[in-house]
Design a protein around this ligand. Structure first.
Ligand code: SF4
Length: 294
């Protein structure tokens, strides 16, 4: 990548897009939830959420006061130049976004309790790297609030519990989470790997566009079953009762150790903020989820 300043500029735009404008697929799922919700209270909550989304866009203000912690997923072509400068560019973009949008400062040293004030710090923003073929760079930003992050769940199940145990674990996590992750939520579920791999895959599964079917038919069926069960809990929008507790379930998996059966559940609140763009070697930028530029 010739100009790291382009990377910084694009990353800034992505943060701004994500924090103000929910992706179209998320808005569509929320509209559908409003149409399908049968509880009066649940409907009122969804109406307030939809109005909130419109107001955020109108005033170009963050859709939620908790602007979350910033995570980047970087898909880098093996021929991209200056990859060693990408992290610094993303950190600069995060600082600028914190100042100018602004974002709530959400990076705290766990020992001193000192807030860095600019959403950067040790492993913040966190970068997930993936090396692919080619010479383009794809950036995805995810901003995730504390409410949904705090109910993440990891269980080291006994292999004999199998998929039945997995379903029970996920539904227990949804019930335990209750109102805390601001439902209706999106669930990222992953099984296998070690505890770290399962959680990484569960969180990454939240990036899949809502409505995009799982290519693996077994997983698609599992997603449908978990969604149905989660929406029988009655937790409802914002935890105030209703039929729509979860918008979508996305499942992924890794092969596991014979003695291990890790299951991870990552929650995203209704304010499921993500944005992505692709940068070509010639400096061309294509925004993938949002079409707004500043
Ligand atoms: S869980 Fe999401 S919607 Fe609720 S306060 Fe946190 S960021 Fe905002």
């Amino acid at each position: 990548m010739k100009q790291l300043s382009i990377v910084e500029n694009v990353a800034f735009n992505l943060i701004k897009q994500a924090v103000i404008y929910l992706p179209e697929d998320v808005k569509e799922a929320l509209r559908k939830a409003y149409a399908e919700e049968t509880s009066e209270t649940g409907k009122t909550q969804l109406k307030a959420i939809l109005e909130n989304i419109v107001l955020a866009e109108k005033h170009e203000a963050p859709v939620c006061q908790d602007t979350g912690t910033v995570t980047f997923y970087v898909k880098a072509g093996s021929q991209v130049k200056n990859l060693d400068g990408v992290e610094a560019a993303l950190v600069m973009a995060t600082r600028k976004a914190t100042r100018e949008i602004p974002l709530r400062p959400n990076a705290v040293d766990p020992f001193t309790q000192k807030n860095s004030g600019d959403n950067t710090g040790r492993f913040v923003p966190y970068l997930h790297w993936e090396i692919v073929q080619g010479d383009s760079l794809e950036l995805i930003v995810m901003l995730k609030g504390g409410g949904s992050e705090n109910v993440s769940a990891i269980g080291m199940l006994v292999p004999s519990e199998g998929v039945k145990g997995l379903k029970r674990f996920v539904i227990d996590a949804v019930i335990k989470a209750g109102a805390q992750p601001c439902p209706p939520t999106i669930l990222g579920v992953a099984v296998g790997g070690g505890a770290d791999v399962a959680m990484k895959l569960a969180k990454k599964a939240l990036l899949r566009p809502l409505g995009e079917a799982n290519a693996d038919r077994r997983l698609a069926e599992l997603e449908r079953e978990i969604l149905e069960a989660a929406n029988m809990t009655g937790i409802g929008p914002m935890g105030l009762g209703g039929k729509i507790t979860v918008l979508r379930v996305h499942v992924d998996y890794a092969h596991r150790h014979p003695a291990s059966f890790p299951v991870a559940v990552a929650f995203n609140c209704w304010a499921a903020r993500r944005a992505s763009a692709r940068l070509s070697a010639d400096g061309k930028v294509e925004y993938l989820t949002h079409k707004i530029e500043w």
